[in-house]
Design a protein around this ligand. Structure first.
Ligand code: SF4
Ligand code: SF4
Length: 132
């Protein structure tokens, strides 16, 4: 992936329609059973080639709810096999759709040091200066 949604999700539904590759599912379809929206890491492409930034994070009203995750690349295959965090899809021939099965696009300009669950995609807005 890419990006991950945490438990501060207020299930507002704003991100779901925004995703260009239909990688997001709602709380009732979250395969991990958590009552929050879920990004399917095996589908997310970090909006590469489509938008300048991850559109789900750009529209999410809950600041800090969507954070970077590791690239969905073979190097992080074990990471995405963690079944307490993800529930990857299974191919027709019975293979888990982990990065070893098929890697996805990701933003190479985001350093690994700035990735990981909890690393903000969407910066908090700078505090507004009082007018006048
Ligand atoms: S980063 Fe882009 S592709 Fe990934 S879930 Fe968000 S909107 Fe979809
Ligand atoms: S936009 Fe944010 S708060 Fe709303 S459903 Fe998506 S992740 Fe949850």
């Amino acid at each position: 992936m890419s990006v991950i949604i945490n438990d501060t999700c207020i299930t507002c539904d704003a991100c779901l329609q925004q995703c260009p590759v239909n990688a997001i599912v709602d709380d009732s379809n979250n395969p991990t059973g958590k009552k929050q929206y879920y990004v399917q890491p095996e589908k997310c492409v970090e909006c590469v080639g489509i938008y300048d930034d991850p559109q789900c994070a750009a529209i999410c009203p809950s600041i800090g709810c969507i954070t970077w995750d590791m690239p969905f690349s073979v190097e992080f295959d074990e990471h995405f096999r963690n079944e307490t965090i993800y529930k990857l899809g299974v191919s027709k021939d019975g293979k888990i759709k982990s990065p070893a099965y098929k890697e996805k696009l990701y933003r190479h300009d985001i350093p690994l040091a700035e990735r990981g669950i909890g690393k903000l995609v969407q910066e908090e807005p700078e505090s507004l200066e009082e007018a006048g």
